[in-house]
Design a protein around this ligand. Structure first.
Ligand code: HEM
Length: 457
């Protein structure tokens, strides 16, 4: 096996606490509210599947063959889990991400054209303009910056262009405060779910999330209204596609509520995840100066001080490798969940109807069976020529199969353009406090990614 680890690099990226003893049901419930990553048991990093019984039968599977069965070969048997859907429902209803079956299919067909390779390349100039603005903001940051906030501002700009062709109706700070509040309330796993309270029983998180959801929905609704008043079809953005979308079989169109829910999801998912991937990548590079210099040398040779464009990316493969390795160690979506419909078998274990199957992408990416020295930061793993071979289903930051992230190309292009531009202009160094990975809905660095930022003369 090819090795590209830097043997004397002492840096081990920050991980999540792992409990070695079995947690009681009540402990699990409390810990899951604080940080979902902490309920992943130590043996889930060593065995393909771990099962348990906590009112519901559950399984936690981090096995490539099993992932393929759930995400592709037997997809219909593993719809999205009700626990996850109910966490998201107040904000995104039964829109694309939450829907299943025929209801999912036509919504997916309606939005997929916005994300074809050709259309994503057409959006690259907006991404370069954002990278330029992010770079100007860092120049005036006074030598130290919190990179999650910086990256959220940058990626929010771009998603507003794609989703709404502009941001007149959006105050990014109000919107992002509402998102954070939502993640901290409804986004926290409910104690009541773990304790087996019935579906209809109101969850406190859902009630608390009400005002943040209202703030977000009001802003999205204003943008949709404004578009309805103009002629549609001129912008050819996501909103126009959704306004025009029609189910070919039933003639059904999106209701005003469906539109708000879908736009809401795209705006949140379209920028939060990418910003987190970028912030974690900068944390890793700041702590691995050898890699930072290697990437900078490649980028500087290509850009000579320019802002990166889509055409530059092929000549700077290390940028993509760094992002891939960052999303291995810190997958923005760290855990997926599915419900079993009919009897099946995964990793030799019987699945019964209504069992919950957790797919801990976080543990899959750090699993002893699939990765060598899995805790180390080594972008060389993703070198297409010298990197070790891997199973497609052992690395799933964007999921896989028909439900794979529709915005994956978009996210990678945006993140690459921003990362390349910033690395060519600034040197990043570690600072305090250190970030800790905390997952409620996404894997966020808490309390942020604080770095020293030195302009390169
Ligand atoms: C680094 C950035 C991103 C990551 C890590 C990410 C991750 C994911 C994952 C893991 C899924 C699959 C969920 C499942 O199987 O249950 C997903 C689905 C989805 N993502 Fe992303 N995503 C990212 C960026 C984006 C962007 C930029 C957009 C849109 C602008 C987007 C829109 C969606 C949609 C609509 C789905 C649902 C697809 C379906 O069910 O058919 N994502 N994403």
């Amino acid at each position: 096996m090819n090795r590209s680890f830097i043997p004397d690099s002492p840096f081990i990226p920050v991980g999540a606490p792992v409990h070695r003893r079995r947690l009681s049901r009540i402990e699990t419930a409390f810990i899951a509210r604080r940080n979902v990553l902490e309920i992943i048991p130590s043996y889930a990093y060593r065995q393909p599947i771990v099962s348990g019984d906590m009112l519901i039968r559950w399984h936690m599977m981090a096995d490539p063959t099993g992932m393929k069965r759930v995400m592709l070969d037997n997809l219909a048997n593993y719809p999205k889990s009700e626990i996850m859907r109910r966490m998201l429902r107040p904000a995104i209803g039964e829109s694309l991400f939450n829907a299943d079956g025929a209801d999912w299919k036509w919504q997916r067909q309606a939005v997929a054209p916005v994300f074809t390779h050709r259309n994503v390349v057409a959006l690259a100039p907006a991404m370069s303009a954002t990278a330029e603005r992010a770079s100007r903001r860092l120049t005036v940051s006074g030598g130290r910056a919190e990179l999650v906030a910086q990256m959220l501002t940058a990626t929010f700009d771009v998603i507003c262009d794609v989703a709404l062709s502009g941001r007149e109706h959006f105050d990014s700070q109000t919107f992002s405060r509402a998102i954070t509040q939502y993640f901290q309330t409804a986004g926290r796993a409910s104690l009541l779910d773990f304790l087996g309270f019935p579906e209809w029983f109101p969850r406190p998180g859902e009630l608390l999330a009400g005002s943040s959801v209202r703030t977000m929905h009001t802003m999205v609704a204003a943008a949709i209204d404004a578009r309805r008043k103009q002629a549609t079809g001129l912008a050819d953005d996501l909103l126009d596609r959704m306004l025009a979308a029609q189910d070919p079989e039933t003639g059904h169109r999106m209701s005003p509520q469906d539109l708000i829910h879908n736009m809401q999801f795209f705006i949140v998912a379209g920028h939060e995840t990418t910003a987190l991937a970028l912030a974690w990548a900068l944390y890793l590079l700041a702590n691995a100066p050898d890699w930072q210099e290697r990437v900078r040398a490649q980028v500087a040779a290509q850009l000579s001080g320019r802002t990166a464009t889509a055409d530059d990316l092929a000549a700077m493969p290390l940028v993509e490798q760094v992002l891939e390795e960052s999303m291995r160690l810190y997958p923005p979506v760290g855990l997926l969940a599915r419900t079993v419909v009919a009897d099946d078998e995964l990793c030799g274990r019987a699945m019964r109807p209504n069992d919950t199957v957790f797919l801990p992408i976080w543990a899959l990416h750090r699993h002893e069976m699939w990765w060598q020295e899995s805790a180390r930061f080594d972008p060389g793993r993703f070198d297409p020529v010298t990197g070790p071979k891997r199973d497609k289903y052992q690395y799933l930051p964007f999921g896989a199969g028909p439900r794979v992230c529709v915005g994956a190309n978009f996210a990678m292009m945006q993140a690459s353009i921003i990362l390349a531009t910033l690395i060519s202009r600034f040197r990043f160094l570690p600072s305090q406090p250190l970030p800790h990975p905390v997952m409620t809905m996404t894997v966020r660095p808490e309390p942020g990614v604080f770095l020293e930022v030195q302009p390169i003369e």
